[in-house]
Ligand binder design. Sequence first.
Ligand code: OOG
Ligand code: NI
Length: 462
Amino acid sequence: MNTVNSTELRARFARNLSALYGTEVPAYRTLVDVSERVNADVLAEHGSTAERLGDLNRVTAERHGAIRLGTPEELRQVARVFGAVGMHPTGFYDLRDAKPSPIPVVSTAFRPIEPGELAANPFRVFTSLLTPEDRRFFDADLEGRLRNFLEARQLFPEELLALADRAEAEGGLSETLADRFLELATRSFALSDEPVDRDWYTTLERISAVAADIGGVTSTHINHLTPRVLDIDALYRRMEGHGIAMIDQIQGPPRWSGPDVLLRQTSFRALAEPRRFREPDGSVGTDSLRVRFGEVEARGVALTPAGRDLYDAMVAEADHRAESTGMTRQDAAAAVWEERLPGSEDRLAAGDLAFYTFAVARGRPRDGTEPPRDLAGLLDGGWITATPVVYEDFLPRSAAGIFSSNLTSEGSVDSAREAVARDTEWLSGVLDRPVRDPMRLYAAQRGGSLRGVSEELGLPDI
Ligand code: OOG
Ligand code: NI
């Protein structure tokens, strides 16, 4: 009997969610179509260099989703579902201090962590957990009411969780069970037509629209599903041409003359969707809610800790320059980048600013010289080649921007109150699974390739 392994389960899961979201949010289909056309054009224009950050098959299938959950138990359960399809919690994001709009959640991303798995299908889901215990947002009474409400709901049916555990333990499922697992998993993320309690939803919305989206309803749903595009500026212009109003900025690094770095994202505004409400007088009627939206992203090379520090410093300098000169943020950022970030892949690699994997160059004429012992020398002398490691994660500032571009109200925060400490270790404890550190994953990839190069060239460790 054929088993469907976790890699194939993940690819099918991503496809099913994409089909579901396309029926729920038709503008998403436009976004996917336009992305595919932009990608084909970039490939036609730039040939195989366009595929340095992932081949077209990977990029065409590539999506990230976003979901929002209410309790640690819900998070543990979703970890079992994602674990079954080879997606592991990676990175920790605390959006409670985000400026200008703090969001009462902490987040992680579930994603594949092995290079081969990422190449096969890099589906990732940005997963946020509400923090009702944070007194800056919720008082003790509201926390109690939220917990009662959330504890009474079941987002993931027992049958789904049992199948997930089995798939994770056995590395896959039979065709029949795989179908059932995928049907139940996909359905868990569909928008429910269960009526929303108006009073309760409004109470939460006064604190935070995200709290209402999470704790005001009895189910969860995909908040957005994001395709990847090879030229986000071209995509942005084309979407406006289709009459879809995008948010006013591309989040993340500016467009500049050097290599694509980290992650650039943009989105179109939350869409008004019909939702049923139960009014205080008990009647049920249809109204609309704007909580879901469309987003698209372009990915570049992952930065090392040193590169990331430089990035953060450049972001701060761009903010300052925009404020003090009246330049647009994009123009200020582009100017700062041209000044401060090395503009070639080899310089980024040799300066330890970005992660690359290295391989011994084929076809270098043997001229009897000894290979140098340092990375910069090996790159300059054409002894080795560098391939960028794709940034597979998220950016806290962009994530906060995506959340807040999507809020219906400002919400209310009492920042004088004490925050509850939350970090990666806390999240690992909640999940009872290790939360991976993205930097370590990238560093391990680079380290493995360098050991191979040292061995092949007969050098001591580079
Ligand atoms: C998640 C927002 C973060 C991203 O791409 O940075 C995100 C949410 O709105 O639930 O998806
Ligand atoms: Ni997103």
